[in-house]
Design a protein around this ligand. Structure first.
Ligand code: NDP
Length: 448
């Protein structure tokens, strides 16, 4: 009844049928299945044990109500969720996202991606993702605090330092993590490393906030080095101006590249000669401390502001997609190719559509997929967990060195599994390397 070969179309047909109306989840699985199924078919043990079918079904999904009171005394009701996707190689680990447009589809795609990313880090980390359809924008600090406390009052039943360790993501920064950690501590009467991205005063790790952006740049440098190129001197565009984008931009500049464009959800700025260090520091302060909009940068420094949020139209040699999913589409890919862009790195999760990613790779553009390129954030979260367990803190130098080593090892795994003659398919390499470790652990456990 069961074939010893998996067929991509049959597999995807079954997945879509079981998970209707979840296009982002379908897209994430399709990208993995395209590269992993040919590998699986060469190793029938994975087919026989139905490993890919098991890996595409989350371990569990927890949905809950979050009630809180706003500053006017009105009762507000939101929905919270945690998708615990896979804990074959370690406790569940992955961010929390607060966004009014958050859906279960998004969380399933992110949790699935996290499985492979966490595996690639070489650290013992399982995969999860969670969040709420709550919009922290425009809320007072007290409102955010009341929301976070109510959210954690339910979530705390399902997480723990050896069970599930959430972190931040879009809409969840150090303020939100702090409120949630405070509530967890109050409910459990335990001071343990149950969240990462904490403040330095209470168990946080140095360079956690910089880690995803820095890691993306370290990975891109490895990839360029492999192709006898370097980042220094290259004109780079960076989408977004949030946690990932700002520190990717900062590291690009430290490594000698020019950041010529950045954006937020209201528009983009273009500085053809590249931002100066002073301008970069000003932007980080605007975004992190004053919660400002990017047009304020343009007004302050008299540079070009464009209400068009895309940065892909600006000529560049390297593009860093660091804002959000599906922000780089087929037409954008064609524009990048036309303008001579030679490398695209995904700092965000799934920022390139499948069509855009295929188009870039077919045109010979070096393409660093998210699960490899942005794994630095979760890697330093893993290092935060290690420091919490050992009750000590490592220095900036030690952590940056460890992060660099991890990104180098991720690159090596991509090369090992993605090599096709002279060409390296980083998407395939990341998918197969990430898959193998989790799949082998699942095989060892038997049918559970
Ligand atoms: P933030 O919320 O800090 O930043 C997101 C940025 O993207 C903001 O500047 C936002 O603008 C901007 N943005 C959102 N939509 C658009 C759009 N359509 N066009 C242009 N800009 C847009 O999130 P993070 O930086 O933490 O996360 C960004 C991405 O990276 C997400 O995909 C996340 O899952 C992924 N990621 C994050 C990690 C982390 O450590 N933070 C780790 C690994 C992946 P505005 O301020 O106007 O909303």
């Amino acid at each position: 009844m069961f074939s010893n070969q998996l067929d991509l179309d049959d597999f995807m047909h079954g997945l879509v049928k079981r998970n209707p109306n979840e296009p982002d989840f379908h897209q994430a699985v399709q990208e993995v299945a395209e590269s992993v199924i040919p590998f699986i078919n060469r190793h029938p043990k994975y087919v026989k044990e139905r490993i890919l079918e098991r890996m595409t079904e989350p371990d569990r999904i927890i949905l809950f109500r979050v009630c809180w009171e706003d500053d006017e005394g009105h009762i507000r009701v939101n929905r919270g969720c945690r998708v615990q996707f896979n804990n074959a190689i370690g406790p569940y680990k992955g961010g929390l996202r607060f966004s009014p447009t958050l859906t279960l589809d998004t969380l399933k795609f992110l949790g699935f991606e996290q499985t492979f990313k966490n595996s690639l880090t070489t650290l013992p980390l399982g995969a999860a993702k969670g969040g709420a359809d709550f919009n922290p924008k425009g809320k007072s600090d007290r409102e955010v605090m009341r929301f976070c406390q109510s959210f954690m009052t339910e979530l705390h039943k399902h997480i723990g330092a050896h069970t599930d360790i959430p972190a931040g993501d879009i809409g969840v920064g150090s303020r939100e993590i702090s409120y949630m950690f405070g509530q967890y501590k109050r409910l459990e009467n335990q001071f343990q490393g149950v969240l990462t991205g904490k403040g330095l005063e209470f168990g946080g790790s140095l360079i956690r906030k910089e880690a995803t952006g820095y890691g993306t740049v370290f990975f891109t440098e490895e990839l360029l080095k492999k192709h006898n190129q370097e980042l220094a001197g290259k004109r780079c565009v960076v989408s977004g101006s949030g946690n990932v984008a700002l520190y990717a931009a900062q590291k690009i500049m430290q490594q000698g590249g020019y950041v010529v464009a950045l954006s937020d959800s209201s528009g983009s700025i273009h500085v053809p000669e590249g931002l100066s260090r002073e301008q970069m520091d000003w932007l980080i302060d605007l975004k992190e401390n004053r919660r400002g909009r990017i047009n304020e940068f343009a007004e302050h420094f008299h540079c070009q502001f464009n209400p068009e949020t895309s940065v892909w139209q600006y000529p560049c040699q390297a593009a860093f997609a660091c804002a959000t999913q599906n922000e780089l589409q087929l037409e954008d890919a064609k524009t990048l190719i036309k303008n001579g862009c030679m490398v695209v790195a995904e700092g965000a999760n799934m920022p390139a559509t499948l069509e855009a990613s295929h188009c870039l790779r077919e045109a010979g553009v070096l393409f660093a997929p998210a699960k490899a390129a942005n794994a630095g954030g979760v890697a330093v979260s893993g290092l935060e967990m290690s420091q919490n367990s050992m009750r000590l803190s490592w220095s900036i130098e030690e952590l940056e060195d460890r992060l660099h080593t991890i990104m180098r090892k991720i690159h090596e795994q991509c090369v090992e599994h993605g090599r096709e003659g002279d060409y390296i398919d980083y998407v395939k390499g990341a998918n197969i390397a990430g898959f193998k470790k989790v799949a082998n652990a699942m095989l060892a456990y038997g049918v559970v």
